[in-house]
Every structure is written in C-alpha cells, then in structure tokens.
Design a protein around this ligand. Structure first.
Ligand SMILES: Cc1cc2nc3c(=O)[nH]c(=O)nc-3n(C[C@H](O)[C@H](O)[C@H](O)COP(=O)(O)OP(=O)(O)OC[C@H]3O[C@@H](n4cnc5c(N)ncnc54)[C@H](O)[C@@H]3O)c2cc1C
Length: 291
C-alpha cells in the first residue's frame, strides 16, 4: 500500500486520495505550509508582528482545511515531525486539530521522534491529555531524521543537546513508546515508522500478547518507498497493516528529503548493510536452489 507525503497545498485538490483503499493515509510536512523562519520565531516565544500574525493564522487555516477535509472524506492525516526549534508550535497546532477532529475516530496523527530525550514523557502526557479532554490520539512513532543537525545547533548555540546520548538510549525509548501505545490502543492509533527489524518484531510481539488482530485498525507499520521492503512485504503477507511512504512535490521541496535519506547512510547504523546482505543472501539462494 502507498501513501503520500504532501509538501504542497495542491494535494488538497487531489481530494486526499479519498476512496483509494491502497492509499490509506495522507501525509504532510508542516514546513510545506509555512515559512521555516516564521515557525522558528513563533516557537522561540518572540512576539510576532501584525503581518506575521496574519501569516501564522494562514498556516493554521491551511492545516485546519486539510484536517477537516480528511475528517469529512474519512482519510486519516499524518503530520511529520521536524526540527526541535519549530516542533512545539507544530505540536500545539496538531493537538488542537486532534481535539477537534479525533472525537469519534482517529483522523489526525502527530509524529514523535524517540531520539529526543523528552519524547517518552511527551507521549505519556499526550495520552493523559487526550483522555482528560475526550478525544482520540494519533501518533506516528519514528526515531528521528535530524540528529546531526540537532547536535550541531545545540553545540553552536550552547544549549543542552536534545538528542539521546547514544543509539541504545533511542532504541530503549522507541521500544518503551511501543508499549505505551499498545497499552492505550483502545483510545489511540499508532504507526510504527521504522526500518528497524527489532522494533517491528517488538510491536508484533506486543500485539500478540494482547491478542490483538494482525489487521487491528489502530495499528500500522510503515517504511519509506524503496527501503526495507523485506519488512513491509513480510508483515503484509501476515496480514498486518503496512504502507510505504511516498514523497512527492516540487523538485526543490523533495530534494532535501531525498538527500536526508542518503545522509542517513551515515547515521542509520547498519541500515544499508543489513538490506544489502539480505539481498546478497537471497541472490545466492536463487543461484543454488533456483526460484
Ligand atoms: C514511515 C516513516 C516516516 C518517517 N517520518 C519521519 C518524520 O516525520 N520525522 C522524522 O524526523 N523522521 C521521520 N522518519 C525517519 C526516521 O526518523 C528515521 O530517521 C529512519 O527511519 C531511521 O530510523 P529506523 O528506526 O528506521 O532505523 P534504525 O537504524 O534502527 O535507527 C537509526 C536512527 O537511530 C537514531 N540514532 C542513530 N545513531 C544514534 C546515536 N548515536 N544517538 C542517538 N540516536 C541515534 C537516529 O534517529 C537514526 O536515524 C520516518 C521514517 C519512516 C520509515
């Protein structure tokens, strides 16, 4: 199954893929709808001037239009997570949308990056907030794509590094987040956005422990298009809900995204190696055993 990463409001004209069962979600990056510098200023707590306030209101109105359209057409929405220095603003807007549109079912999903030291607490607080305010929570859980940039900025500007001290700490919090989601699955929808085999296996294991159906409507697995097909295909074959994340948009908007994927080969320990060794083994098997 495929779903899109929307980087431009033109996606709305495509009616958020309504009615196409092979495209179960629509996705967007908030910086596709607002200037980065505007979100940064708002996030920093500085007062916006009159025209910036109008600009910010237009940003919120665009997000609202997408969430409302998703709600009306029955197409769930994922909002990507970005850099920490614009993320609080995004979290606030997305929370407001969840309060409004996630009353009877989960339409709006935020994204949590578990490479951040504060995100497990944020996830738990989000569960409590949703329960207290009678709405359902939607969360895509990822490890996080901006590690080097985050560390560099923190060092340059002399504030505490928001990123976990090492990969093991990120993995520990990622696994813990899966358990929090499954423990609250009756009031939330979760997407495990990862190429990590252990994380996917852990989620499968947690589902089995609770006797949840493989195709439980609140539980999704997702990998990027062109990556980790061995995870996607094997899960899909077993009846789990799986979708591939397909980026599209104007070349200038999508290029940084694709470059990040290439850069991840340095930060995603073993990702490329893991996939390559699986392909080599399978090629060898086909040569010796035939198809
Ligand atoms: C469907 C999908 C949606 C995504 N959406 C987003 C999104 O909205 N926002 C976003 O930021 N990213 C997003 N990503 C990218 C994601 O955050 C990861 O960068 C990527 O998936 C690699 O992590 P992994 O769990 O797949 O693999 P793994 O190989 O297990 O983990 C690699 C990740 O671990 C972390 N890590 C590596 N080394 C260290 C270290 N020394 N210390 C601390 N942490 C470390 C980093 O986050 C690194 O990317 C998405 C990925 C997928 C599959």
């Amino acid at each position: 199954m495929l779903f899109g990463l929307i980087s431009q409001s033109t996606a709305l004209s495509r009616k958020l893929f309504s009615g196409d069962k092979n495209i179960p979600f629509s996705v967007f990056k908030p910086t596709g709808f607002a200037r980065f510098a505007l979100l940064e200023k708002k996030n920093s707590g500085l007062e916006l001037n009159a025209s910036e306030k109008e600009e910010f209101a237009r940003f919120v109105a665009r997000i609202e239009k997408i969430c409302q359209t998703g709600h009306d057409l029955g197409v769930p929405i994922f909002v990507d997570a970005e850099e920490t220095w614009i993320q609080d603003v995004i979290d606030d807007v997305v929370r407001d949308m969840m309060k409004k549109y996630n009353k009877e079912r989960v339409v709006v999903h935020n994204t949590i990056q578990m490479y951040r030291t504060d995100r497990l607490a944020f996830l738990k607080e989000s569960v409590a907030h949703a329960r207290q305010n009678n709405y359902m929570l939607g969360m895509k859980i990822v490890r996080g794509a901006y590690m080097e940039k985050e560390r560099e900025r923190a060092a340059k500007m002399n504030y505490a590094d928001p990123i976990q001290p090492d990969k093991a700490a990120t993995d520990r919090d990622y696994n813990a987040s899966m358990k929090v989601c499954i423990d609250n699955i009756e009031m939330m929808s979760v997407c495990c956005g990862s190429h990590n085999e252990q994380s996917s296996q852990l989620l499968v294991h947690l589902m089995k422990e609770k006797n949840l159906a493989n195709n439980h409507p609140h539980i999704w697995f997702s990998q990027l298009y062109g990556m980790s097909d061995h995870i996607s295909y094997n899960l899909a074959k077993q009846g789990y809900n799986v979708c591939k994340y397909v980026p599209y948009g104007p070349l200038t908007g999508v290029l940084p995204y694709l470059i990040r994927r290439a850069q991840e080969n340095t930060s995603v320990a073993g990702q490329t190696g893991r996939e390559l060794s699986l392909i080599i083994t399978e090629k060898r098997r086909r040569k010796t055993e035939g198809r």
